[in-house]
Design a protein around this ligand. Structure first.
Ligand SMILES: *[C@@H]1O[C@H](CO)[C@@H](O)[C@H](O)[C@H]1NC(C)=O
Ligand SMILES: *[C@@H]1O[C@H](CO)[C@@H](O)[C@H](O)[C@H]1NC(C)=O
Ligand SMILES: [Zn+2]
Length: 508
């Protein structure tokens, strides 16, 4: 297609999207979301002020240590592989059409990163010194580390580094096994297109969402809007802000409108490549919204706030350009250099501490200051304005099968850690009885590694008692590239765990 026809198509797509976006702020009477000073909520008596000295604080670059984060890491430490940087070209911008509410990026503007021949290994770290070898290989950009189970680390290796890494590990007698022979093959098989019958069914249903596939953002957003239109008495949707590239951050609320309800906030998709997270959050939304009247008392008594995709730019980027992209899409300086901030290092409690990086090229780049990113700042501002009585905050990630509670910034736990542990244990045991998967429970810094600036620490610092990060499946067989056949079981297990949490907060 010539550039004019491409532009025309993009323009039409843009106009269509703008035209069909419903007025999400139109609410039924009595369904306004509680705002501070508007609708009095029990939380209004509570001191939930943020700590001014930790919000928006700028750390000096000298303090910005830890480019090399501890090897004990689950999905955090991969240094950017070269292909990713090559993608940070400025040509994208030419094909970007800005409309009033959305930016549509050309789907053909950038080449797709090809992971042919790249592998995933499980490398034993039981032998003395093996961690150091991995740190050195990572520093030399030969590997990226993904997940760990405590005795082995999942190591991602580009095809042209396999020889070198094999040699290095063999030389030190470090045992390893190849788990994925060809990542591109896995990526190609991960999310097969639906057959025609299913596609037709979707159109008749009024939305395209199902849990047999990983969906593009458009399907997810369309699903949220569909629910708010279909169930206006209980479901409403608000855009709480926009991403770097102008995509809306949509929060869906489910509530019976009783102003004395307690509230639970749930987010997903902070990390772009963790596709199982938005899939799980939308599954839970579907269960509650489609059958609210038939739901248990515990569910109906609460106000539910869901942000299924906190990082929409990154999410789309993983669909279109790089399946293994993690961060948001903050542009590199002057359109060059490395792009993206790790949103889960950008929140404003103890921002800039351990397990974060000041280097824009790092996968765990924390950004120039706390809440520097429109995506994390939107969440911050939403909580600032919201007068809902939040008693729990759950953020879904993958992978490793962990139920984690604060603190993340340091190997320390809050005073009520016994409560967090015991409710976490209950959630883990219901997960095991639901689908058979085993989840470990503990504080994130202890069970995994310290990492400051996470949304969970920040939520806890706001006084939200039951704050959890849930690392969904699996334990490193597929890693981030979890086949779609897993979605329903994983989501069902998480729903069961969430019911345990709902019952608990209603008891208190
Ligand atoms: C971690 O994974 C390795 C490789 O699959 C396995 O041999 C080991 O037993 C696992 N360790 C734990 C603690 O589960
Ligand atoms: C493999 O190791 C050699 C020697 O250390 C180095 O020169 C070469 O660039 C490495 N290969 C790759 C693909 O990184
Ligand atoms: Zn994550």
């Amino acid at each position: 297609m010539g550039s004019w026809s491409t532009a025309l198509v993009l323009l039409l797509v843009g106009v269509t999207v703008v035209y069909t976006t419903p007025l999400v702020n139109e609410k039924q009477p009595g369904q306004e979301w509680p705002k501070r000073g508007a609708v009095l909520q029990p939380s209004d008596d509570k001191d939930t002020e943020t700590e001014p000295e930790t919000i928006f604080e700028e750390k000096s670059e000298e303090e910005a240590i830890l480019d090399e984060i501890p090897v004990k890491t689950i999905e955090d430490s991969s240094e950017p592989v070269k292909e990713k940087q090559d993608l940070d070209n400025t040509d994208n911008e030419v094909d970007t059409i800005k409309t009033k509410t959305v930016v549509i990026k050309s789907e053909t503007a950038s080449p797709k990163v090809d992971y042919s021949g790249a592998q995933l290994w499980k490398v034993s770290i039981e032998k003395e010194g093996s961690r150091n070898i991995l740190v050195r290989l990572r520093r030399r950009n030969q590997i990226a580390t993904w997940g760990t189970n405590g005795t082995a680390i999942d190591v991602f290796i580009k095809s042209d580094s396999i020889q070198n890494v094999t040699r290095a590990l063999n030389k030190e007698n470090i045992p390893f096994e190849v788990v994925i022979e060809d990542l591109q093959k896995r990526i190609d098989e991960e999310n097969p297109p639906l057959d025609e019958n299913e596609a037709e069914l979707q159109d008749r249903r009024g939305h395209r969402m199902n849990w047999k596939q990983y969906h593009r953002l458009e399907d997810i957003d369309g699903f949220l809007d569909y629910l708010s239109k279909t169930y206006p008495a209980t479901v409403s949707v608000n855009a709480i802000g926009k991403s770097h590239e102008g995509r809306e951050l949509k929060v869906l609320r489910i509530s019976n409108g009783n102003p004395s309800n307690k509230a639970i906030f749930i987010d997903g998709g902070i990390h772009a490549r963790e596709w199982i997270s938005p899939a799980t959050v939308t599954y839970i939304i579907n269960q509650f919204a489609e059958n609210f009247d038939g739901e248990s008392e515990d569910i109906r008594k609460l106000d539910w706030y869901f942000l299924p995709v906190m990082n929409p730019d990154g999410y789309e980027y993983t669909h279109l350009n790089d399946r293994l992209w993690r961060k948001n899409r903050r542009p590199g300086i002057a359109g060059r250099g490395c792009s993206g901030v790790d949103l889960n290092r950008n929140f404003g409690y103890r921002w800039g501490g351990k397990g974060t990086s000041s280097s824009p090229c790092s996968e765990i780049y924390r950004g120039p200051r706390a809440f520097s990113e429109p995506e994390s700042r939107a969440v911050y501002e939403f909580f600032e304005k919201s007068a809902a009585n939040y008693v729990a905050y759950v953020t879904y990630h993958s992978y490793g099968q962990y139920i984690l509670y604060p603190w993340g910034y340091e190997n320390a736990v809050p005073p009520d850690h016994d409560d967090l542990q015991s409710v976490g244990d209950k959630m883990a045991s219901v997960i095991q009885s639901t689908g058979g998967d085993y989840y470990s429970v503990g504080s994130s810094s202890k069970l995994l590694y310290p990492a400051a600036g996470g949304s969970d620490d920040w939520a806890k610092s706001q006084g939200i008692k039951y704050t959890y990060t849930i690392e969904l499946n699996d334990k490193g067989r597929y890693g981030f590239v979890l086949p779609t056949t897993y979605i329903e079981n994983v989501a069902k297990e998480s729903l069961a765990a969430l019911r345990v949490l709902a019952a608990q907060v209603n008891k208190e």
